[in-house]
Design a binder for this molecule. Sequence first.
Ligand SMILES: C[S@@+](CC[C@H](N)C(=O)[O-])C[C@H]1O[C@@H](n2cnc3c(N)ncnc32)[C@H](O)[C@@H]1O
Length: 379
Amino acid sequence: MSTIPDQLDPPSAVAPWRRRWTAWRNGVLASPRFQFWAARLPGIAMVSRHRAAQAFDLVAGFCYSQVLMAAVQVGLLDLLRRGPCSADDVALASGLSPQAALRLVRAAAALDLAEEVAPGWWMLGQQGAALQANPGAIAMVRHHALLYADLADPVALLLRDRAAPTALSSFWHYAQDASEHEAASYSALMAASQAMVAQQALAAYPFARHRRLLDLGGGHGAFASAVAKACPALEVAVFDLPPVVAGAGAWLDAAAMRGRIALHGGDFFRDPIPPGHDCITLVRVLHDHDDDACLALLRAARQALVSGGRLVVAEPMAKTPGAAAMGDAYFGFYLWAMNAGRPRSAAEYGALLKKAGFAGWRRHRTAYPVVASVVVAFG
Ligand SMILES: C[S@@+](CC[C@H](N)C(=O)[O-])C[C@H]1O[C@@H](n2cnc3c(N)ncnc32)[C@H](O)[C@@H]1O
C-alpha cells in the first residue's frame, strides 16, 4: 500500500549535519550487531534494556489501556480500595469467572493498579490508588471507549480526513440546537475532570488581581466556581451554548454556587461576548477548534476585554517538555477523531494571540503541565 520511495531528496530546511547525524544514529540503533553488544556492555546494557522496555510499552500500550478500562468497568479499583481481596472476591463482585477475575487482577498488578499484598490477596497499587481517587481520570477512562472505537482502524480514520461523523464528533456536538441531553453528557464529563485543571490554573495565575472574570466556554461552571471560591471578591460569569447553560443550574446548586456565578447563553462565534470583564478565560476550549475559528474567537475576546485586561488560556499543550506524547500523540489523535481542532504549543498560541491583536503573551508555569499549561495575553 505504501508508495514512499526508498530515498527522498533532502529538503534544504534540514541542516546537512543534522540529517547525516540522525541517519547515522538510526542506522546504528537498528543494527542487530549493535543491539547484540548493547545488551551486554556494562553501562550501555541498562540504557538499552530501558529502551527495549519503552519500545515494548509503545507496541503494547493499547492493551494496558484496555486492562485499565476493564478494571474501571467491573469496579475492580473500588473493590480493592476497601481492603485485601482474593480473585474469588473479585469474581463475585464483578460477575467474571474466577479464572477471568484472576487474569484481570494479575494484569492490574503488573500495571501497578493493584498490588499483591500476600499470596492470592490484592489491594490497590500506587497508580490504582491515585486513579481511583480521581473521579475526573476515571470518567475519562470510561469516555475513552468512544475514542477506542474511532481508533480501531487508525489509517481509515486518517484517510477519512475528518469528513465523516465519528463516535467522538457525535459526543462533542457543539451547537445551539444540541439537545440538553447531548450537552449534559459532555458537560458532566468536563465538570468531573475540571478540578485538576482549575488547581493548575489557580496556582499559576493570580486571578484575585481582577475585578470581573468571564469564563468563555465555561460549561456548567466548574472552573468559574473554583475561581469564585478562591477569589471571594471577584465577580464571575460563564458564557456557553444555550443548551449547556440551561443545564448549569443543577450543577451550580449541587456546588452551592447558584447566584454566585452569572450565566450567559450564546454562540461565541456568532453572538457578542458580554463586555466589561477585565479577565477572560478559555479553559480547554481553543484546542477544540481549527486555527481560523480560534483566531476569530481570540479577536472577539480581545474586543470584549476592558482596556488593560488579560486573556488566560489554560489547557494541555503540545511540545510540553516531559509530556510530548500527551500533546501531539494523544490530543493530536483525539482531536483528529473529534473532527475539529488540534493541540498547540504555547509558542503557537503566542503567535495566534499576536495575530489576534494582543500586544504580548507569557507562559505561566504549572506543576502538572500534562493536565494544563497556562498562557496569559495582554494589550
Ligand atoms: C471541552 S469543553 C470545556 C468546558 C470547560 N471550559 C472545562 O474546561 O471544563 C468546551 C466548551 O466550549 C463550549 N463551546 C463550544 N463551542 C461553543 C460556541 N460556539 N459558543 C459557546 N460555547 C461553545 C462547549 O459547549 C463546552 O462547554
